[in-house]
Design a protein around this ligand. Structure first.
Ligand SMILES: [Fe+2]
Length: 250
């Protein structure tokens, strides 16, 4: 079984199109949430995703953009984008977002998908302490796939203790991948990276592929039509910051 793992697409259709074009053959998509919000293509993104054979967990932007939760915790830029997205979506697409399930969702034996963490769907897992809490909240999980931070990589607990995992690439311009061989007896908390708004200093769209035959998670970065994504954001009247930040992945 090969699962394509996507997270934090954020209505960036240009990035999603590049990811799907680069993605190797797969049996299913595991989507870790935040399919909309920030980007200028919420309708195209949802139409495209509905064609895929996917398991979802919802993200905080999915909840906010469909009106399921208030925007009180959002900063002004995120709030403006969520309000714009809400206005762009038809009632049926808002309902589709509202119906996305809350994580954690089990996708296989010992495999769990969450948006923030199994402890709290809105938590940002950025430190070792937060990673330990996240794995403790899913005691039967061998691998917990998470999103929300928009940072590709994660945390690994082996017999030697914990370490931070970050894929290593040789450029910031080409399509590349980095393999993480998976071992039983080791526990993993892995983020495939953000498709549509990376925040780890690399502008390229991030995603991952889990292959249970060879027991590897392959992390990818792929270039996409950044210029078009930025122009769409500006043409929509969304905050300029949402366009400029895409250029350096911050
Ligand atoms: Fe997000």
């Amino acid at each position: 079984m090969r699962a394509l793992i996507l997270s934090d697409i954020h209505a960036n259709m240009q990035a999603l199109a590049a990811v799907l074009a680069a993605a190797p053959e797969h049996d299913i998509v595991w989507n870790l949430g935040d399919v909309v919000g920030y980007g200028a293509s919420p309708n195209e993104t949802i139409v495209c995703l509905k064609e895929l054979n996917s398991v979802y967990v919802r993200g905080n932007h999915d909840r906010a953009c469909c009106g399921l939760t208030s925007l009180d915790d959002f900063n002004p830029v995120a709030r403006q984008a969520a309000e714009w997205t809400h206005g762009q979506l038809s009632r049926s697409r808002r309902k589709w977002l509202c119906d996305l399930p809350q994580g954690p969702v089990e996708v296989g034996e010992g495999l769990v998908c969450v948006h923030g963490s199994a402890a709290d769907e809105d938590i940002y897992v950025q430190t070792l302490g937060e990673a330990i809490d996240a794995l403790q909240a899913a005691p039967s999980a061998w691998v917990e796939f998470y999103g929300h931070t928009h940072v590709q990589g994660g945390f690994v607990r082996s017999d030697d203790g914990w370490y931070v995992f970050k894929p290593e690439y040789t450029s910031k311009h080409n399509e590349e991948f980095f393999d993480l061989p998976m071992r039983r007896g080791v526990r993993y908390l892995l983020n495939p990276g953000s498709v549509g708004q990376p925040r780890d200093g690399d502008w390229r769209a991030g995603f991952a592929l889990y292959d249970d035959v060879v027991s590897v998670v392959r992390f990818y970065r792929v270039p996409y039509d950044l210029d078009r994504a930025q122009k769409k954001i500006l043409a929509a009247g969304l905050p300029e910051r949402l366009a400029t930040r895409l250029a350096n992945g911050l």
